[in-house]
Ligand binder design. Structure first.
Ligand code: 1HN
Length: 349
């Protein structure tokens, strides 16, 4: 910080310059940038209207095949993170398209991927040879280092939201990718085998967990929605969350993904959440409903109208509230679990 004494300042500047060649930097020159009173996100609040993007997503099929692209995705790049290709400071997100008959070839990587299905039917993802067919609103997990490819046996486009923990894994220096020598990974168990085996409050006798990943790949919207439907008449509404549920690994009760927390929440028609902020940043996708999301207050306030299939980014420590004009269901994925495990997660209601 500049002092009132120019001699003092120039002595410091000269000193800083002199030690530069020794790869030394005075902490006092940037301490206050790093150690702010509270977290300062680079990401900005932003909302993508799906109906406005849909043409571009579909047009991408005329520009490149899924095979050539490997994954034909339009990345949701936060306006505060231009060139970084990220939706929030800690998460990557994109919209992936697959058309009938196409194959997105088999590969695996250490970052975890999740899919939230936006539109279409007949698409599937195969994880370790087990297919999961996709329907809108389904939440599907591709665990770390699991072989996976995607295909489409139906008609019309299939589009989903991908969210990956790439920034975290890259930052930690653990980002590896491998391409399977064939286009598809060999077929394994029948479709949805893991859901039937582990997703009905049952597990095989003698089951031993050997990875951190949930053994189920698919959380079908039909089941999730039915739970919300049944619960909505007999639940206390959290003022900040409405009715909010977390997707879990049924064998541990922990999160469905070791590094990304995933949620589904229902807000009844006319409900307004109280302003809320937490240290986890995330990406939100509207499964059903319409309303307004408001970020911040006073002069810095911004608001976005939302409808079905719209996607918005909530930066960390960004206060926001949601007003539902209709009964609204929102999926979200954040880095809450990482922060919780590290003991640094905070919220302010
Ligand atoms: C990936 O493997 C997929 O498997 C989607 O569908 C998006 C973004 C970055 C790195 C790998 C997929 C991805 C990705």
């Amino acid at each position: 910080m500049a002092s009132a004494d120019p001699t003092h300042d120039s002595i410091q500047a000269a000193f800083t310059k002199r030690i530069e060649a020794d790869r030394l930097v005075p902490l006092w020159n940037f301490f206050s940038n790093w150690f702010t009173f509270d977290p300062q996100a680079e990401a900005e609040p932003y909302l993508w209207h799906y109906d406005g993007l849909r043409d571009s997503v579909l047009e991408s099929a005329n520009v490149i095949s899924a095979r050539e692209a490997e994954r034909r995705v339009l990345v949701l790049e936060n306006p505060g993170l231009i060139g970084k290709h990220l939706v929030t400071d800690s998460l990557y997100a994109g919209l992936q398209l697959i058309t009938p008959g196409e194959v997105a070839p088999a590969h695996r990587h250490t970052p975890v991927a999740l899919r939230f299905i936006i539109e279409g039917s007949g698409g599937y993802t195969s994880v370790a040879g087990e297919r999961t067919y996709m329907e809108p609103g389904d939440f599907i997990v591709t665990p770390s280092w699991a072989w996976h490819d995607h295909g489409h046996e139906g008609e019309g486009p299939v589009v989903w939201l991908d969210v990956l923990d790439v920034p975290l894994i890259r930052f930690l220096g653990a980002n590896f990718t491998e391409h399977y020598p064939e286009e598809r990974y060999p077929e394994g168990p029948p479709a949805n085998d893991s859901l039937h085996r582990y997703g009905s409050n049952l597990r095989p006798v003698g089951y031993r967990r050997d990875t951190l990943a949930s053994p189920i790949f698919s959380y079908p919207y039909a089941r999730t929605r039915e739970s919300l439907e049944k619960l909505k008449n007999h639940s206390d509404w959290d003022p900040c969350y409405g009715l909010k549920m977390e997707y879990i690994d049924p064998t541990t009760g922990g999160p469905a993904i070791p590094t990304i927390s995933t949620f589904i929440q229902l807000l009844p028609k006319g409900f307004s959440t109280a302003p809320y902020r937490s240290t986890d940043g995330g990406v939100y996708c509207v499964a059903e409903g319409a309303g307004t999301v408001r970020f911040g207050d006073g002069e810095n306030a911004t608001e976005f109208r939302f409808g079905p299939r719209d996607i918005f980014a909530v930066p960390y420590w960004q206060s926001f509230s949601i007003e539902a004009d209709e009964e609204t269901v929102i999926f979200s994925a954040t880095d809450k679990i990482v922060q919780t495990k590290l003991g640094v997660w905070r919220e302010q209601r």
